[in-house]
Design a protein around this ligand. Structure first.
Ligand SMILES: [Fe+2]
Length: 308
């Protein structure tokens, strides 16, 4: 079985021509199944129909999970659950895509199982990105006019990068200083979506959903291919970054709970994921993992072949 996989298309005004070329390459890959592993759109669901339309002539099953960018809204009130549960599945159905977050799809002897997943700061970079860097967590939210606003986290003071703990990533921002003026890093989800629950709770929620879908599939087929948007294993997130902004963003890469669910299920052969923007196929703990990201300028669709 040949699978053509894509993630992180990030369709927006600036990327239209490039995304169209990547979609053409995917259509020309002569694959049996098409997988979109999240972040079709750069800035929310409005552009997802255009992204899916570019791929809707693919003749085999067309599968997707959303990514965080697909959920974004410009300003509050944020309606993240509605976008995830209703808006994106409706767009998918309209374009002949199967939303794996709703239910698995069995094709031949293979079950395709997936859900977006979420992050719980487990993959944060604990080593300082630069020497002599001091950091202060800062809260990112929207003010009454809908503008992004930074505000102090009660009790937070400047400290060492190595002393940051998981909870320091919950407010979504970081002031950092090496020499000269301080800089701010922010995680954009903090200003574009709201689940009404903490990120670690959401990571548990989605890992539970993935586990349910895996159990369902394992009772019906011996072979499973899984899809998530967020990174499922620590091994895939353990690179060191020297740019403080990018090092900060590592905390939001994914959750090991996704990987635990995958390892607890018999028959998982392949895990397709995205979000890192580093296309790569690598074996992790006996599973073939494939980052299908096409965000890097020289990346195209990823073609994966599973034995019959
Ligand atoms: Fe993402």
């Amino acid at each position: 079985m040949r699978i053509v996989a894509l993630s992180d298309l990030h369709l927006g005004d600036a990327s239209r021509a490039r995304v169209a070329a990547i979609a053409q390459a995917a259509l020309g890959a002569d694959a049996d199944v098409l997988v979109l592993a999240g972040d079709c759109a750069a800035n929310g669901p409005e552009r997802i129909p255009e992204a899916l339309a570019l791929l809707s002539s693919f003749p085999g099953p067309r599968l997707l999970v959303p990514g965080n960018h697909d959920l974004w809204q410009r300003e509050p009130p944020f309606d993240t659950w509605h976008i995830y549960d209703e808006v994106i599945p409706a767009i998918a159905a309209e374009h002949g895509f199967h939303c794996l977050d709703r239910e698995p799809l069995i094709f031949g002897d293979m079950a395709f199982v997936g859900c977006m997943g979420w992050y719980d700061y487990s993959f944060r970079q604990t080593r300082a990105p630069a020497p002599d860097i001091t950091v202060t967590p800062i809260d990112v939210a929207r003010d009454e006019e809908g503008q992004v606003a930074f505000s102090a986290v009660p009790g937070a003071t400047a400290g060492q990068w190595e002393d940051l703990v998981a909870a320091d990533y919950a407010p979504g921002g970081l002031i950092w200083q090496t020499e000269g003026a301080p800089h701010a890093a922010m995680w954009n989800d903090a200003a574009h979506l709201d689940w009404g629950r903490s990120d670690p709770e959401m990571a548990r929620h989605f890992a539970g959903r993935l586990r349910e879908h895996l159990d369902y599939a394992a009772g019906r087929t011996a072979r499973i291919a899984a899809v998530t948007h967020f990174v499922p294993f620590a091994e895939l997130a353990d690179y060191h970054l020297e740019d403080p902004k990018r090092a900060f963003a590592r905390a939001y890469l994914g959750s090991p709970l996704l990987g635990e669910a995958l390892l607890a299920t018999q028959g998982v052969e392949l895990v397709i994921y995205g979000h890192r923007h580093r296309q790569e196929v690598r074996e992790v703990r006996g599973l073939v993992t494939a980052d299908a990201g096409v965000a890097e300028l020289d990346a195209g669709p990823l073609l994966l072949t599973l034995p019959d």
